[in-house]
Design a protein around this ligand. Structure first.
Ligand code: NAD
Length: 524
């Protein structure tokens, strides 16, 4: 087990904040908006993880056997439960994340939509396929491909979207017929635990979905026990997960960090571009893998865009909100992240950058960083190179679209990006951004278009969510080659005689050659 620190929130049972769990470690969950302790949970040991995986594994064949429609009927009940109980789940999630209500409320809505999407599309994406043989030599064969799930999918999630990035990955896995065990982030385990408990108790769903609690040791044990690992988190931990999975040759899908660029062309609608940059950079306090973190503006539009962006960001209301006084920007969910954001901003300011608004941590209670717009930045600074994952954008002037593209692509990450400008020109530029998804005249919205895949290039990940690849990845392909008719012996079988070999060669040549002479067995 990683050593317990105040930052990780992990405590031994005997510590002052311990829940009284006997003989094991516990996790303290704090409210980042106030710093208060909201819950203490027992940590699952590696043995407990193995037991949970074995239990759901034993129920998986029956889950697979009920078919796509049968599984959708259960998932539809989960959708209805989420819609009926959103307030309860949102209260819990706000408490553990410090999000404002508007940001939190995206999560149940996304899940409901995703259940509907895969419910409607699963048969098309992973239903059995009949394939026409490519060669007349295979005319006697019937070719089928079936998609069989990995029996147990292990999901390891981060803290920034505690439901979307845990239950959201479970939806296609369950729809594919896998059993699922999720290890949520140690900072935000409560909302998901509530949903899993509802699946078990209130919905009475089959015992093929569970969660385990803990940090690295628990996550590692899940990697060891699962048949497929869906990991979302930092590239640092992603490398460890992949290395561990290599020990058992377990396939992984990694959704990692980003440093998403936005390009603003001179012919853009600058009001829309500035409002989008403010929302895309500050939503969820900038704690989104696809947040707008770097902005490159064509020279003629730079001053006006920066003025509009600074005004919009400067107007944002920050703090803990409630129904009577909504806020725009919430807390930083992990204290570790606040320290990284502060380091990036201070590094930039020390190297000559200017904060046109924001620029520092907010005095407590709670853990907040001011929404910040930095200018006079360059690619020697951490804030333009490393993932900041906070409410901070850096804006640079670009001579033209070519320079903007060169700067946008100058990153080890390649998750997503956006281009604002006259539609056709913006689209031409967007197609050259090196990343897994790019939005033209919008930000973040590709995540809601679950019709199209989303995955990272470069060090932003391996594999895809959404669309066909987002469910197929949870399946193993099984090709079934069925002989419709045949003699007692095929010409290619024993015994090998000169006559039979000659016949096989002549037939193969006749089918493979593409000119008459060779088909007739002559040289070309
Ligand atoms: P993290 O890498 O610190 O932790 C992610 C998860 O891994 C947590 O559940 C953690 O407990 C677990 N973990 C830690 N050590 C482990 C180990 N040795 N073995 C197995 N599991 C282990 O990430 P975080 O700080 O929780 O999340 C922020 C990061 O997630 C950012 O880099 C962000 O960009 C990324 N992210 C990516 C996407 C995406 O879709 N690409 C989405 C959201 C967040």
């Amino acid at each position: 087990m990683e050593s317990g620190t105040a930052e990780s929130g992990i405590q031994s049972a005997g510590s002052t904040n311990g829940s009284g769990t006997v003989g094991g470690e516990t996790l303290d969950v704090l409210n980042p908006a106030t710093g208060e302790l909201v819950a203490t949970l027992p940590v699952d040991s590696p043995d407990a993880v193995a037991e949970t995986v074995a239990r759901v594994r034993s129920n998986q064949p029956e889950w697979e056997a009920i078919g796509i429609e049968g599984r959708y009927r259960w998932l539809a009940q989960l959708r209805d439960w989420l819609l009926d109980n959103q307030d309860r789940v949102l209260d819990t999630m706000q408490m553990e994340t410090g999000k404002v209500r508007a940001d939190a409320s995206n999560e149940p809505a996304y899940l409901a939509d995703l259940i509907n999407f895969y419910g409607a599309k699963a048969a098309k994406f992973i239903g059995e396929e009949g394939i026409r043989p490519h060669s007349a030599l295979l005319a006697a064969k019937k070719l089928r491909v079936q998609y069989r799930p990995h029996p147990v999918v292990g999901i390891i999630s981060p803290w920034n979207f505690p439901l979307i990035l845990s239950a959201g990955d479970a939806v296609p896995a369950l729809q594919a017929g896998a059993a699922v065990v999720i290890k949520p982030s140690e900072f935000t385990p409560l909302g998901l635990a509530e949903v899993v408990e509802a699946w078990k108790q209130e919905i009475g769903g089959p015992d093929v979905l569970d969660c385990v609690q803990g940090i690295g040791e628990t996550g590692g044990a899940l990697v060891d026990a699962a048949d497929f690992v869906q990991f979302t988190g930092s590239d640092r931990t992603g490398r460890k997960v992949m290395a561990r999975a290599a020990e058992t040759l377990t396939p992984v899908s990694l959704e990692l960090g980003g440093k998403d660029p936005m390009i603003v062309l001179a012919d853009a609608d600058l009001d829309r571009a500035a409002n989008a940059a403010a929302w895309g950079g500050m939503m969820n306090s900038g704690q989104i893998c696809m947040s707008v973190e770097r902005i490159y503006v064509e020279e003629p539009a730079y001053d006006e865009f920066v003025a509009k962006l600074t005004a919009e960001v400067g107007r944002l209301r920050q703090g803990a909100d409630d129904a009577r006084s909504p806020k725009d920007v919430g807390a930083m969910t992990s204290p570790n992240q606040t320290a990284i954001v502060e380091d990036h901003v201070n590094d930039a300011l020390a190297s000559g950058a200017r904060a046109l608004t924001g620029g520092k941590r907010v005095e407590g209670p709670g853990d907040y960083f001011e929404p910040t717009v930095l200018v006079d930045v360059d690619h020697s600074m951490k804030v333009m190179r490393d993932e900041t994952f906070g409410p901070v954008v850096g804006v640079m002037r670009a001579r033209d679209s070519e320079e903007a593209l060169r700067l946008a692509n100058d990153s080890r990450y390649g998750l997503s990006g956006s281009v604002f400008g006259e539609k056709e020109r913006a689209e031409r530029v967007a197609r050259r951004v090196e990343c897994g998804a790019v939005n033209v005249n919008d930000v973040l919205v590709n995540y809601l278009a679950s019709d199209v895949p989303m995955g990272g290039w470069k060090e932003s990940g391996i594999g895809y969510r959404h669309g066909e690849p987002g469910i197929k990845k949870y399946c193993r392909t099984e090709s079934v080659v069925i002989t419709r008719f045949g003699a007692k012996r095929e010409p290619t079988w024993y015994p090998y005689t000169r006559a039979r070999r000659g016949l096989v060669n002549r037939i193969a040549q006749a089918f493979n050659a593409r000119d008459l002479k060779r088909r007739l067995g002559m040289r070309g």
